[in-house]
Design a binder for this molecule. Structure first.
Ligand SMILES: [Zn+2]
Length: 298
């Protein structure tokens, strides 16, 4: 979050995680609470109401249904309302009437809070899906503590969800900014350059390395702006603005398809929908918010 009036899409989750109320007995009491509510996700896609907004159900209505590992995912409490998420399959008759949608398509139909909660649930379910076996001994593991950890009963190891840091940066030269496009992107789409932070790197070093690898440009003074939890599957996007004196681009065609300098006027015109010089990144992305931030700074 950069200002009080702005919530970064997928951020702003206000739940109390109830870290000290997650033993099986306490979780059962939360499930039985008449105020409790649960969202449904199928392969990371939340169920929506026909008019938009998350569809909420009573957790107890789902007991006995075909609920995927790790079972009821306890996200925490919103005031005195226990909030759960369930991963289910649309092959299940229960869910035929539901409408499951990719959050990248329907982000605008969800409130900021719903987007944050559904994003958190998706990241955790994706992690469970890919960590069914203990990384230490190879035995099957199970969800624990309401689905926020996994436990191996064979060797006793506890496993915790991963968040992968990614730097995403707007490179600036004078009044121009550098945008690139990946292979296979929709025609005309350009966005900020981005890359995973590698072991042994600071955020600033990761940012400088990625830019040099992708476009051959040396940057100076990377400046942190804001960050975003990105649930596809579980990145922390770290938004930076950095300057360079290099105008000449040496594009690595293995990494990206194209990169170009765009003037502030061009970007402003695209954001005001007065120009289609390029297709801007969608509003729910940190790249969109970085570009907006830069326009406001100018
Ligand atoms: Zn183990």
């Amino acid at each position: 979050m950069s200002t009080s009036s702005f919530t970064m899409p997928f951020a702003g989750n206000d739940l109390n995680a109830c870290e000290h109320e997650r033993d099986p007995k306490e979780l059962q009491a939360f499930l039985n609470d008449p105020k409790a509510k649960a969202m449904l996700l199928d392969r990371g896609r939340p169920a929506l109401l026909p008019e938009g907004g998350l569809k909420w159900v009573k957790p107890n209505d789902l007991i006995g249904q075909n609920i995927a590992d790790p079972g009821p995912l306890f996200l925490g409490k919103q005031g005195d309302v226990p909030v759960f998420a369930f991963s289910i399959s649309t092959e299940n008759a229960l869910t035929e009437i539901e409408s499951f949608q990719d959050m990248r398509v329907v982000a605008a139909q969800l409130s900021p809070m719903e987007l944050a909660l559904a994003g958190q649930a998706k990241s955790l379910f994706d992690w469970h899906d890919e960590h069914r076996f203990c990384a230490k001994c190879g035995a099957g593991s199970r969800g624990n503590r309401g689905g926020t950890t996994r436990q191996c009963d064979s060797c006793g190891a506890a496993h915790f969800p991963r968040v992968n840091p990614v730097t995403i940066m707007l490179v600036i030269n004078g009044d121009d900014c550098l945008l690139g496009r990946g292979h296979g992107w929709p025609e005309g789409s350009f966005s900020a350059l981005a890359g995973f932070v590698s072991p042994g790197e600071t955020i600033e070093e990761g940012c400088a390395r990625e830019i040099f690898e992708e476009v051959g440009v040396t940057i100076k003074s990377p400046r942190y702006v804001f960050s975003q939890p990105w649930p596809f599957p579980s990145q922390l996007m770290i938004g930076l603005i950095c300057e360079t004196d290099d105008r000449e681009l040496v594009i690595d065609a293995n990494e990206i398809e194209d990169a170009r300098w765009f003037s502030r006027d061009e970007v402003e015109a695209v954001f005001a929908k007065r120009s289609d010089a390029f297709k801007r990144p969608p509003r729910f992305t940190i790249a969109h918010q970085l570009l907006r931030h830069w326009l406001k700074e100018g």
